[in-house]
Design a protein around this ligand. Sequence first.
Ligand SMILES: [Zn+2]
Ligand SMILES: [Zn+2]
Length: 497
Amino acid sequence: MNNFFKHIPGFRSDRTWKKVIAILYYIFSFAMLLSGDIGLFISFLGIPFLTFSLVDLTKAKKNNKPMKAAATTLIISLIATSVGFAMIEPEENDVAEKETPAAIEKVEEKTEEIKTKPEKPKEPEKPKKEQFEKVRDLKVHYIDVGQGDSILVQLPNGETALIDGGPESSSQTVLNYLKEQNVEKIDYLVATHPHEDHIGGLPIVIQNFEIGNIYMPDKTHTTKTFENLMSAIQNKGIKFKTPIAGDMLLDKEGLNLTVLAPETNINDDNLNNYSIVLKLNYKDNSFLFTGDAETEAEQNMLNGNYDLKSDILKVGHHGSYSSTTNKFLEKVNPEYAIISCGAENKYGYPHQAIIDKLEAKGIQIYRTDKDGTIIIAVDNEEIKIDFKKTAKPKKENAPPKEEKQSSYKNSQPNQSVNSNGESNKNSSNSGNTSSNGAVSKPKPPATDGVEEVYITNTGSKYHRGNCRHLKKSKIPISLKKAKSQGFTPCKVCGPPQ
Ligand SMILES: [Zn+2]
Ligand SMILES: [Zn+2]
């Protein structure tokens, strides 16, 4: 027995203090074993054997004594200690988990954050069909293409329609705009009629995007522009369709796109009267896209007894007096009228008679020549209007006035978005550019009660003094009175509310 202890570190000499230290040390090691830490126990036990066998080995070599026993102990203790240490690593993690569950939770939270972050940018890219009925808006963009028409419709079911592509001179504008809006595929491409200001920009669009269906009226044209369009369609390997009044391009619950014109048997020299006219219904909101339909086409639509009532009318033929007859306007009865035309165009569009007619009915007018690209979004049945100025400098909307207004913006940070769709115009305090890059109009001062606003003798809106709707008549009235008489704020000049 004594012989056995001779080999245990701490008991090899008769010194009591060495034995006490050794006993304490071994008790500590066994405590590790009891706490479930086998690795630590083996390591602790191995270290003294390792140390003393190393000492023995050196002594034996020095004194030329047999080294076998010491070497064996050294190897065994070395292996044991290594194995012990190797076992410690995973056990330490276990301990951490048991002792600090909160810390682990935090780590998990963090990793989850990291996981979700790279996924986020994917969302706007993939607003796919199953998200119908979800928050994704219906967005209609009346793109500022100068003199012409081009309307991008982002449908709530994830599909995209493009009604006309503007003139050839704006084809790059249209292309860039579609790319900016992350358009990948155009499910419904409509060339309302073969005039250059409507189809000139389409070939480049057809070349650059995946195209679903192409719709054109059953009417050819002999221009180079029309030939370009036809060859672009051919190169894409698509056969175009020629829809007629009554057809439905899209019909889903709460969302449909109906063809209201042309009728089948038209005999007209005027290409405009072959225009494909579309009505888009989304829940309770409706848009009418008239192309260049003129009086005759409007009459056909009236005869056809279609439900023409629409919230937003794309005014026919760029606001020419040859369209928008009284009867037609009466039936459509829109709240907003969009005129797509070029600044100072040679045709004099929009004609004053049409502007007067719309204003007389209190219809809010937006024009691409003045407002730039007009974006109308329907969000939860609510119509929101936004503008995106084209990069080229414009003479209209004198900038000094707007700069002046922006100086009081910060003092009125609480003026919120109003309920009837003023949206981004007033919602941005961070300058004239709203979140999606649209130009928002500066906010008016909101010192309630005493301001003077202006009304016209026909309209139902009240305006600020500099509003262009006041060209015909300008009647000063106190804000309080205007509101009490049922006038609503103009969406162009954004008067106090
Ligand atoms: Zn046109
Ligand atoms: Zn035309």
